[in-house]
Design a protein around this ligand. Structure first.
Ligand code: IMP
Length: 193
């Protein structure tokens, strides 16, 4: 019976979201810090799933209670899928959108497709389970909107960027929202077994 798990992060937004989603299942979500784990494994995987697995296994080996870890990023078709797993380190914080816009300045509208991906890995003594969510859209020609973070101001979903959406609206269509929903369904089933 799972009633507690550790999330491999100290990011307040990720923790708040996971707590909100998993509390109806009676599952308490602890941060890495609350679990007393001070390790930051090197995320050198080639895919989001590999990176989430690296984090999940490292934390699980330290705490031996169920762990969830996630990895996410932006994949732009015209850039050969970049920045992908390098999304967080692609440019200094706050400059990532401008860097993409510069790289894409000559790319025509019909070639500006992109997607966000999020992979969440759950691990316990029985093994691991991966849940992936994707959000498909296009890259705008300029930044728009003030909500959100990272690449939100240049990612168009329909005719609005993710930075023009409320957090609830973004969660309902986002890669992370989809992966979280799959995690909820997986844990709900597991609790019932
Ligand atoms: P991580 O999953 O915390 O390692 O973050 C990956 C990076 O991908 C973030 O630093 C952002 O730059 C980018 N990213 C992931 N998800 C989103 C999103 O929903 N909006 C904007 N940027 C995102």
């Amino acid at each position: 019976m799972i009633n507690k798990l550790v999330m491999a992060t100290n990011n307040k937004n990720k923790l708040r979201e996971a707590r909100q989603i998993l509390s109806p299942l009676g599952i308490e979500v602890l941060s890495q810090q609350e679990a007393g784990v001070d390790i930051e494994p090197v995320e050198d995987g080639q895919t989001f799933e590999e990176n989430a697995l690296i984090k999940a296994e490292a934390i699980y080996n330290a705490v031996k209670v169920p762990v969830i870890a996630d990895d996410s990023g932006l994949c732009v078709d015209a850039l050969g899928g970049r920045p992908s797993v390098h999304s967080a380190r692609y440019a200094p914080k706050g400059q990532e959108c401008d860097k993409i816009l510069t790289e894409m300045k000559d790319v025509p509208e019909d070639k500006r497709t992109a997607y966000f991906e999020c992979c969440i890995v759950y691990i316990d003594s029985e093994g691991t389970e991966s849940m992936t969510g994707k959000c498909y859209g296009t890259i705008a020609y300029a930044q728009k909107g003030t909500d959100g973070f990272g690449y939100d101001p240049i990612f168009l979903y329909g005719d609005r960027t993710l930075a023009e959406m409320s957090p609830d609206e973004k969660n309902s269509i986002s890669h992370r929202g989809e992966a979280m929903k799959k995690l909820y369904e997986y844990l709900e089933k597991k609790k019932g077994e």
